[in-house]
Design a protein around this ligand. Sequence first.
Ligand SMILES: N[C@@H](CCC(=O)N[C@@H](CS)C(=O)NCC(=O)O)C(=O)O
Length: 77
Amino acid sequence: MALPILYSFRRCPYAMRARMAIVRTNFEVEHREVILRDRPEHMMEISPKGTVPVLLLTDGTVIEESLEICAVLETNY
Ligand SMILES: N[C@@H](CCC(=O)N[C@@H](CS)C(=O)NCC(=O)O)C(=O)O
């Protein structure tokens, strides 16, 4: 079964915040590490503003803000 996808960058503090919420809630994701100067096409399609973290849920919902990722995970998972 397809997992939610997290686009992330290991040194980004906002992405770290999202990853901490993912670990805390045991939320399973496919983690895709991004090089910011060479962003993946799929990430730009779902989130044209081009920042990380970006979480794509299995229902197609895209969450582009780290605090919102934390809130959604803490509320629902
Ligand atoms: N408000 C956003 C900020 C995200 C953000 O600015 N991430 C930086 C990396 S730490 C980024 O993607 N910058 C785009 C770039 O450097 O081109 C959040 O909390 O998720």
